[in-house]
Design a protein around this ligand. Structure first.
Ligand code: PLP
Length: 456
């Protein structure tokens, strides 16, 4: 009886739900891409989710390739994670005081980010969203260096704080223009937007702004303009460039952290899985100064974190002069979900996510090659995305130079066949350890039909 559950109103169609939500919520959604704006059609209103599946208000079930935009590494509503949250809830929803679980989560994250005895971070602070994590990392970098400017890369997303929405062309050291209305030009001008995978642009920016750049912020592997894989050695080179100029490297692992491996993308590089500067296989020895986490760390609950070097992290209040706070920071239910998720996310989980991702991405490639239609699959660990173009996607300009309109028909066909893809061609596809053979087979069976719809 849906009326007994206040989370699911008894409306019978997605259209009725969308009409009702649009009357009270801008665009009917609480985060823009959920509105299906670039793929068309009516967003599905979900009533429940379990394992690899989501179920909409009409009772229709889909294999889910969004996984809540990353967090659902174990699949939806993993029984042990749900039980941990339920147990925590019985002890109180929020205290506004420190708890044992927060320490345990920080210890877990610190020890996970250790490869061959080398730790990437020494201290961790919990917040509620990835946006807060990167915003605080930037404030810390500015506080630590007493410098104003930040370098970010075109096509990288770090949340919606003012300075990080800045977007500009790919010109060297272009001064950021507001990427959103409501951001003063002088705020946007503190962000230098550079092309990704282009060290010459970095050198030019440091030369043009001597002693003024506080930090480079980069996604550990780009996954917000489709997947933009870092060239081998790029992150190590960014760390070296930053340090040579007295700036910090902020590694954004909100999306990659605990998803592409037990120690995130940094862990893959440190373990030699992604090749060193020469493309070789020895582990790389660079360390970021600050790391932002989100998504998987909270197991589907609102939780994120900033980690980093002790000397930088201890600039945070109450020890230092950089202010940051949060009523719900380290919320006990979110911490319980995060702890349970990380406890369960063992090697077998990552192996299954890797296998399922490989099977699906190979299936996408095969479906289009069967039709003789060139597409590019970009991969970074278990993350991958599809671009309707011939040739590698190394930066934002490449990502935009595609026949993205073809995704509309592709998406609609998959949805019609019971597979819910990310509702934008610029998003990575997310799998989980709950994507078993049956779920993968359903995706593989749908792909040839959708590929035909896309190329027509
Ligand atoms: N950083 C990256 C790399 C992200 O992918 C995202 C969200 O998609 C964020 C930061 C922002 O996180 P949140 O949506 O939790 O604010």
């Amino acid at each position: 009886d849906p009326s007994s559950n206040p989370g699911t109103t008894p409306a019978t169609t997605n259209e009725a739900e969308f009409d009702a939500s649009r009357a009270v919520i801008p665009g009917g959604v609480n985060s823009p891409v959920r509105a299906y704006g670039s793929v068309g059609g009516t967003p599905r209103f979900y009533a429940s989710a379990s394992g690899p599946h989501v179920t909409d208000v009409t009772g229709r079930r889909y294999v889910d390739l969004v996984c809540s935009w990353g967090p659902a590494l174990l699949g939806h509503a993993h029984p042990e994670v749900v039980a941990a949250v339920q147990e925590a809830a019985t002890r109180g929803l929020s205290f506004g005081a420190p708890t044992h679980g927060e320490t345990e989560l920080a210890e877990t994250v610190l020890s996970r980010l250790e490869v061959d005895g080398r730790r990437a971070i020494e201290r961790l602070r919990l917040v509620s969203t990835g946006t807060e994590a990167t915003m605080t990392a930037i404030r810390l970098a500015r506080g630590a260096t007493d410098r104003p400017l930040i370098i970010k890369f075109a096509g990288h997303y770090h949340g919606h704080s003012d300075g990080l929405l800045a977007e500009a062309g790919s010109g060297v050291a272009t001064q950021g223009l507001p990427g959103s209305a409501g951001i003063p030009a002088d705020v946007a001008a503190q962000t230098l937007v550079l092309p990704y995978n282009d060290l010459d642009a970095i050198d030019a920016a440091f030369a043009a702004h001597p002693g003024r750049i506080a930090a480079i912020i980069t996604e550990a592997a780009g996954a917000n303009a489709g997947v933009l894989r870092p060239d081998p050695g790029l992150n190590a080179a960014l760390a070296a460039r930053a340090h040579a100029h007295g700036a910090l490297l902020i590694l954004d692992e909100v999306l990659t952290g605990f998803r592409v491996g037990p120690a995130g993308w940094w862990g893959r590089e440190a373990a030699g899985l992604e090749g060193g500067p020469s493309g070789g296989s020895t582990g790389s020895t660079w360390t970021p100064d600050l790391v932002a986490f989100g998504k998987v760390i909270g197991g589907g609950m609102p939780l994120a974190a900033i980690g980093g070097r002790r000397d930088v992290m201890e600039l945070l209040a109450p020890l230092g002069p950089v202010y940051q706070a949060g009523t719900l920071s380290g919320n006990p239910l979110a911490v319980a979900a995060g702890l349970a998720t990380l406890r369960l996310a063992d090697e077998a989980v990552y192996r299954r996510v890797d296998e399922a991702s490989a099977a699906v991405s190979d299936g996408v490639a095969a479906a289009f090659s069967e039709l003789g239609h060139p597409v590019t699959i970009s991969r970074a660990g278990s993350l991958f995305s599809l671009a309707f173009r011939d040739g590698a996607v190394r930066d934002y300009d490449d990502a935009k130079a595609q026949e993205g309109w073809r995704y509309r028909a592709f998406f609609a066909s998959m949805l019609g066949q019971g597979v819910a893809l990310p509702p934008s061609v610029y998003e990575a596809w997310f799998l989980s350890a709950a994507h078993d053979e049956a779920a993968v087979d359903q995706i593989l069976a749908a792909l040839p039909v959708a590929a035909r719809a896309a190329v027509e």
